[in-house]
Write a protein that binds this ligand. Sequence first.
Ligand SMILES: Nc1ncnc2c1ncn2[C@@H]1O[C@H](COP(=O)(O)OP(=O)(O)OP(=O)(O)O)[C@@H](O)[C@H]1O
Ligand SMILES: [Mg+2]
Length: 408
Amino acid sequence: MTETASTSRGGGDVRLTGISKTYGSFHAVRPLELTVPEGSFFALLGASGCGKTTTLRMIAGLEEPTTGSVLLGDRDVTALPPYKRPVNTVFQSYALFPHLDIYENVAFGLRRRGVKSVKKQVGDMLDLVQLGDFARRRPHQLSGGQQQRVAVARALINHPRVLLLDEPLGALDLKLRRQMQLELKRIQTEVGITFIHVTHDQEEAMTMADTVAVMNAGRVEQLGSPADLYENPDTTFVANFLGTSNLIGTEVAEAHGDDITVTVGGTALRLPAARCPAPVRGGGTLLVGVRPEKISLTHADDAATVPEGRNRISGRIADSSFIGVSTQYVIDAPGCPGLEVYAQNIERDGRLAPGAEVVLHWNPAHTFGLDAGQSPLAGTPDAADAATAATAAAGTEKAVAAAGGEAP
Ligand SMILES: Nc1ncnc2c1ncn2[C@@H]1O[C@H](COP(=O)(O)OP(=O)(O)OP(=O)(O)O)[C@@H](O)[C@H]1O
Ligand SMILES: [Mg+2]
């Protein structure tokens, strides 16, 4: 590892060129072009079975690609075994050595390379993950979050140029996971190396990563900053997988200039042409999207108070759930049943209860358009259930890989 790490300096991007993996006739990863900039916190996000772990394992050298190359900087590492790549992996199971205390777990990589004096490095690393006081405990005497930090320290002490993290927070409860997300982000900022983080949790990816690649069925569907993906999804899959989108099937009434006008159930809606896929033609169809938190609700009795110029749809509240910070409404409207609206709990209108007639209204600028040729359900939990069933067998294979990859 040291030899590899010292041979190339600067230009340390991770580049995947045409990399793919097939098992028999099954395409786990489709030919992928991906550049992960040096020093970035990069997330591979997607549903179970979409090929995230396979991609990560090809970067680590634990899986041989069917086609394509892995480059670290200018160096093609495709043919190198895992231990010769300047890359370390943190697995979901941590894979700590149970018979070694925390200090020795962290020191392991140094000792294996024959480093004699490990004290300073191990001490610094334990400080980095804030476990200095736990050095002499065994892994079973630590909480899940603490064990996870030991796993990160044990990987970082080898000074990898790239740290790969495969669902490292999956075993933690929600509160601890949130805390560890911030902690990992802090560590990444402090050490400045490239982190490639695999997760199926969109909130986790958005919280930590500078750049997120959304994967779907072996392909990268879209790549961008969290805010960009959220505000400007290119596909229905991305619109539904990151947060929630209301996607409305509409007909295009007018499509010239900066504004597009569409109709649904006899109601006209406007949206910026810049937020639509080109070309949009009058008489064609368009899926129109708007996020639930962008929509305001006004009781039908007060419809006259809705400001001019907003998109508006009349409907009836079918369901409402109070979830503390907000109330989530489901509203049925002509041509678009099941619209979702999130209203912050500031001043609640007691009339907004199931059965009430309401006007939904929002700024047309907050509306985006998507190609109507796609399924509006792609990326929703309903669509995901079917995909998950196909991937049941992956678990055992991964356990073996974790053991094989980390064993001395
Ligand atoms: N050794 C193998 N033989 C056959 N199919 C495999 C093998 N390893 C993985 N697969 C299949 O390849 C696909 C991608 O698997 P992968 O482990 O990369 O998914 P993932 O995105 O990491 O999913 P998860 O979120 O569940 O971990 C899955 O459908 C899986 O069943
Ligand atoms: Mg996986």
